[in-house]
Ligand binder design. Sequence first.
Ligand code: MSP
Length: 503
Amino acid sequence: MSFTVTTPIYYVNGAPHLGHAYTTIAADVMARHHRQRGEEVFFLTGTDEHGEPVVLAAERLGVTPQALADENAERFRALAPQLGASNDFFIRTTDSEHKAGVQRVLQTVKDNGYVELGRYEGWYCPRCADFKTENEVEDGSKCPIHHIELTRESEENWFFKLSAFQERLEALYAEHPDFVLPSTRRNEALAFIQGGLQDVSLSRGAKLQWGVPVPWDPEHVFYVWFDALLNYYTALAYARPGEDLTERFWPADVHIVGKDILKFHCVFWPAILMAAGLPVPKHILVHGYLLLNDEKMSKSLGNVLDPFTIIDRFGVDALRFYLLRDVAFGGDGEVSAEAFEQRYETELANDLGNLASRVSAMLVRYRGGAVPVVGALDLSEDFAGLADEVAAGIDRGELTQALEAIWVRVRRLNRYVEEQAPWKLAKDPALAGELDVALATLVEGLRAVTVLLAAYLPATAATLLEALGAPDDSWAAAAFGAGGVTRVEKLAPLFPKHDAAPA
Ligand code: MSP
């Protein structure tokens, strides 16, 4: 079985921020989870380097677009491992192989009769050297960036006949009700399609030279969105030297995207693939925005919460946990340093960290570290069906609910410690058998939740499973009762307490 998951490719006109980290972390949880299930995974991320905004940002900085792209692509490339992301490839749309792939696929789209010459008419900004959409225009006729009067101009352009795909897209949505997840986003995309599709501009004229040249008309470059979307497909041909992964990993299983880019992924992308005679992806999973003081975080607003600071102070697992736990995946959610620290203290340090410390300390104290062999464990009912429930949740893109299902058991184990009070059982030799069951149950519960958490908290899970001497993190090992722990050493705190934030 193969599984292909992607993040959007990130614009290089700015530096990485928490919003980008969010999409990458979500995709990584899916990639790791499917590896646990024994599937062959291809996890793709990268950078989107062409188009107007990069040219403008480079101009402002007095560098070439290529130099700016090189610099920022490096920062995004470096971000992935810092987030614990296990991507199999990092694509840059300036890669020559990608450019050739774009030309090949879009030439096929043209050969199949879905491209025609048309006039693009709209609001033009001479300082941006670009057309603005009706939605972008400020005060009816002004540039949203330069705040100057726009002129009404038209340009000869190649158009993609999106309108020819209305029925095929409606059929796709009808036959695959889970093509777009969650269903609220599906309804939004479907409403857009049913509202009637207009043909869309596929190229930009000679004014803009930073892009992939249109092979049948080298005066034009492809509109950056079509160049960008194709990354998901072109990467497979050259991600692994000497091997073409396309057959094995296309169509993609899941494209993870933010809600701002829904139209491109849920409408344009399947249509372009259909026009090229290629299979469409199985799912598009749309998430919401991380909000900081109620605003979508973005470069322009300058209110960016720095993921690197959090990682430096608390470790990457704490960031991964917080983002997927605090903001219900799919919806929008407020994020803040206070809420982060609260979750860190109460859930990571207390619920999970203390559980691990207490269990290991009690094992060492009462049984010299040896895990008692007992007939039947307690709590089997609490864990029954949990691994399937978590897997099903992740398959539906419900990353927060799946994490909550695991956390319910983390809390259950903590309650069990209080209920059994092993320190009391230890006082009465007649209760040695009960103490054995309690200790064996706790160790097994801790091991099972750790395997379930491995996709979310990879570094923590690796440390903990190693310390338990049961490194198997396959999905089969996620079952309560799969066992494997015989000895436990005293554990150092997994999530050390932090004093007041440094100035
Ligand atoms: N280059 C395009 C994507 C092309 S994919 C073929 C793009 N790039 S982006 O850098 O602007 O955004 C990339 C992703 O980051 C998007 O999914 C976007 O939704 C996400 N985020 C950027 N800011 C965000 C938040 N504040 N919150 C959550 N995600 C947001 O769009």
